[in-house]
Unconditional design. Structure first.
Length: 118
């Protein structure tokens, strides 16, 4: 669900969706630095019929002041991430290599391997 007001809590979102069926979980996505809501959330419902009923009922609804029109849709698969010139699947562990006194440079995969001196 998108275009969510920053003041909404997980409980508020769960209450909106629980009218249409059982809600397994609610996750409001927050900024890492400020912990403020980014304006969207993910809601998991166990039965697809109830989930579609909630999508149809809540999509396009206007809530609270200032008025915002909610955007509710089914989440799709997570796309591959492009970092630099490489494309990584969603589960790839990618990090930056820190070089002494030069800051961060380059991208490498984080893998466990034997050290080069061994």
């Amino acid at each position: 669900m998108g275009n969510l007001q920053r003041e909404f809590s997980e409980r508020d979102v769960k209450d909106m969706f629980s009218i249409h069926g059982q809600v397994d979980s609610v996750a409001i996505i927050r900024d890492h630095a400020t912990r403020r809501s980014k304006g969207f959330a993910f809601v998991e419902m166990p039965l697809s019929a109830q989930a579609w009923a909630a999508i149809k009922a809540l999509n396009g609804q206007v809530f609270h002041q200032p008025t915002r029109t909610l955007a509710v849709r089914e989440a799709g698969p997570r796309p591959d991430r492009k970092i630099g010139h490489e494309v990584h699947p969603p589960d790839a562990r990618v990090g930056r290599q820190k070089l002494p006194n030069r800051g961060f440079m380059g991208i490498r995969r984080l893998t466990r391997s034997a050290p080069s001196w061994a």
